[in-house]
Design a protein around this ligand. Structure first.
Ligand code: SAM
Length: 282
């Protein structure tokens, strides 16, 4: 994959995550895949013959995709940052798991229609330049009845002031951040792509320490200064939604994390009637 085939947001994400790939291994909070395990309760397990394929898009250090491989899916770990794929490949070898590694962007999936039983994407959609294009591509490469498992930071629908604040914080911390989409925005993209949401959960997830947050992104000093300024000037809506504050001498806040599981409609099964099962935790 050459830089010429990537847009500016993808080039920025690739550079950022290549630089930071070593920080995404076991010590990273993403190593805890309890959220994925919970979501998989809403996805049929792979067929025992090992024939069901899964694609983990924007795999990072492979935390999600390796769980799928361990569950018996024939799994492809894909990312646009070669440094991240190298980390993921090392982690697979350490765990004795066989996976395919693929270097490509989320917005252009180089696979034939209907190849996968499951497409997953965790904590990456907010970097995508065209999330709608990613969802459409995921729908295309899923077989009828196949599932999309999406987990990402989110902002509540109807909270523009809070959304603006968290976007500024994230953008100063890591300029390759794009946007957190609200549950309603994701739902519209799924519906446009012919995917029917069967499970939706929003929960609060702790940002554990401002210093850790900066270190994992290698945030330059002037940008840290801007984030600290935003933390001194939190608008009321952002205070209510993200609850920034101090805990044990650390600056923390509570991200909103969205989990969505959606199924590709078969056309004749009646899937598509009724709404998703919804949960909200905070
Ligand atoms: C926070 S990490 C992902 C974590 C991982 N999914 C997990 O479950 O631990 C974000 C990843 O998204 C990748 N990424 C960002 N934009 C991308 C894009 N447009 N296409 C593919 N990968 C992308 C980055 O290279 C990075 O590895």
């Amino acid at each position: 994959m050459t830089s010429e085939s990537l847009d500016a947001a993808q080039v920025a994400a690739r550079a950022q995550f290549d630089r930071q790939s070593e920080r995404y291994g076991r010590s990273h909070i993403l190593h805890d895949v309890t959220d994925v395990e919970r979501a998989l309760a809403h996805v049929p397990g792979p067929a025992p013959n090992g024939g069901d394929r899964a694609l983990d898009v924007a795999t990072g250090a492979g935390h999600t995709g390796l769980l799928l491989a361990a569950r018996g899916f024939a799994t492809t770990l894909a990312d646009l940052a070669p440094g991240m794929l190298a980390e993921a490949g090392r982690a697979a070898a350490e765990r004795g798991l066989t996976v395919d590694l693929a270097e490509h962007a989320a917005e252009t999936l180089p696979y034939e229609n209907g190849r996968f039983a499951l497409v997953s994407c965790r904590v990456a959609g907010h970097h995508f330049s065209r999330p709608g294009r990613f969802v459409a591509e995921a729908a295309r490469v899923l077989r009828p009845g196949g599932h999309l498992l999406l987990i990402d930071g989110t902002v509540p629908d109807g909270e523009p002031e809070a959304a603006e604040w968290i976007h500024l914080v994230e953008k100063w911390r890591d300029p390759s951040h794009g946007r957190f989409l609200s549950p309603g925005e994701w739902r519209s993209l799924l519906a446009e792509a012919g995917l029917h949401s069967v499970h939706e959960r929003v929960e609060a997830m702790k940002q554990p320490d401002l210093e850790w947050y900066f270190t994992t992104a290698n945030t330059p000093d002037p940008n840290r200064h801007e984030v600290r300024r935003l933390l001194r000037e939190v608008p009321p809506a952002a205070q209510r939604v993200f609850q920034p504050g101090e805990q044990d001498g650390r600056v923390i806040w509570w991200w909103q994390r969205l989990t969505l599981v959606a199924v590709k409609q078969r056309g004749d099964t009646g899937i598509g009637t009724g709404g998703p099962e919804q949960e909200t935790r905070s």
